[in-house]
Design a protein around this ligand. Structure first.
Ligand code: DP6
Length: 342
């Protein structure tokens, strides 16, 4: 189908689903803010039972883009969504505006990477609606423009987002390194607050870059962490992955805590859950933690320990809920009817 005939179609509508991902080796800091180019590479796992489902409908009668997120009009996210759609419109040679409807089956904006699954699903749905069929690397690049970590949610399993060195960012895209089924770890997410976080990732990482005295050390030490994590994953060496992942998490928080004013994403229950994970590991339970720019604790474990880990986290005062999930696949197209029945 030519671009012209595509843009003249009556109903340019498609839906997609994407999963959030959790970084084991963290992304924190941008070398180019508008392009969302990172100062470091990062490595993540994509989850399975948590999802964003998004429908995008381009239509001539729409005077402007519209976004409904979890059943409500969302003006706050609309600017970023429009900017992301502009990338796809430019490829399709169309000026059509779009109506975007998106649902998350997990709390939005609480350190659970809803922007990652959100922009990955958006880009894939828009690509399908416009009949573009862009390659996954380009979808990853466009998702990155919406939110850095979204570049990784285009793919399933173990995923690495390359630092890249081009100024246009075309080489700063994610790629899958190992399938979820090849090493099916489990994740228990301890929810310790459902409030929207006070300082979002973008603001937090920009403040960190501007004021934290540890920024240079963060950048200089990341490549070694990535190499260590890649080796641990290739060898399916859980203890090795546990050590490097906790190191990267604590190093990122130490860096951010040293910003001015310092960024404190943890609450008392976050801290208690981290201690509990370490206590369990000391007794031989294969589990480690990671924490992003919010108060939730993600406990990653071997499947044999999943029930015990989730039960232990549920006992902690201040833990409101524990979500249990495995590792999931890439962003996929789904039927429009399935996207609305959230
Ligand atoms: C702590 O991808 O949400 O979760 O690029 O500004 O949208 P923007 O930030 P975002 O940051 C994620 C930060 C992190 C670490 C990670 O996911 O690697």
């Amino acid at each position: 189908m030519s671009v012209m005939s595509t843009t003249l179609d009556a109903d340019l509508c498609a839906a997609a689903q994407a999963h959030p991902n959790i970084a084991l080796i963290k992304y924190w800091g941008k070398r180019d803010v508008p392009l969302n180019l990172p100062v470091v590479g990062s490595l993540s796992i994509t989850l399975d039972t948590l999802w964003t489902r998004t429908t995008v409908r381009f239509a001539a009668e729409l005077p402007a883009d519209r976004l409904r997120l979890n059943g409500r009009e969302d003006a706050k996210q609309l600017r970023k969504v429009s900017a992301c759609l502009d990338l796809l419109r430019a490829r399709a040679g169309t000026g059509l505006r779009a109506e975007v409807t998106s649902y998350n089956n997990f709390p939005t904006g609480a350190g659970l990477a809803s922007s990652a699954s959100g922009f990955a699903a958006l880009v894939l749905a828009a690509d399908a609606a416009l009949g573009l069929g862009l390659p996954p690397a380009t979808l990853s690049e466009f998702a990155r423009r919406g939110s850095g970590s979204a570049s990784r949610s285009i793919f399933g399993g173990y995923v690495e987002w390359a630092l890249g060195d081009r100024v246009d960012g075309e080489d700063s895209v994610a790629r899958p390194i190992v399938d979820a089924a090849a090493w099916p770890l489990r994740v228990a997410v301890a929810i310790t607050s459902t409030a929207e976080k006070a300082i979002g990732s973008t603001e937090g990482m920009n403040r960190t870059a501007d004021t934290s005295p540890y920024q240079r050390a963060w950048i200089d030490t990341q490549e070694a962490d990535l190499a260590e994590a890649r080796a641990a994953i290739a060898a399916r060496d859980f203890e090795r992955l546990a050590a490097i992942s906790e190191f990267s998490c604590l190093k990122m928080h130490a860096l951010a805590m040293a910003a001015r004013p310092g960024l404190l994403y943890w609450n008392a229950a976050t801290m208690a859950a981290m201690h509990e994970v370490r206590r369990l590991r000391a007794t031989g339970v294969p589990v480690f933690f990671t924490v992003d720019a919010g108060p939730q604790v993600k406990a990653i474990c071997l499947p044999s320990a999943a029930t015990q880990v989730a039960a232990a986290l549920r006992e902690i005062p201040g833990v409101l809920n524990v979500l249990e999930t495995g590792l999931g696949g890439p962003a996929t197209r789904i039927a429009v009817a399935d996207a609305v029945a959230a």
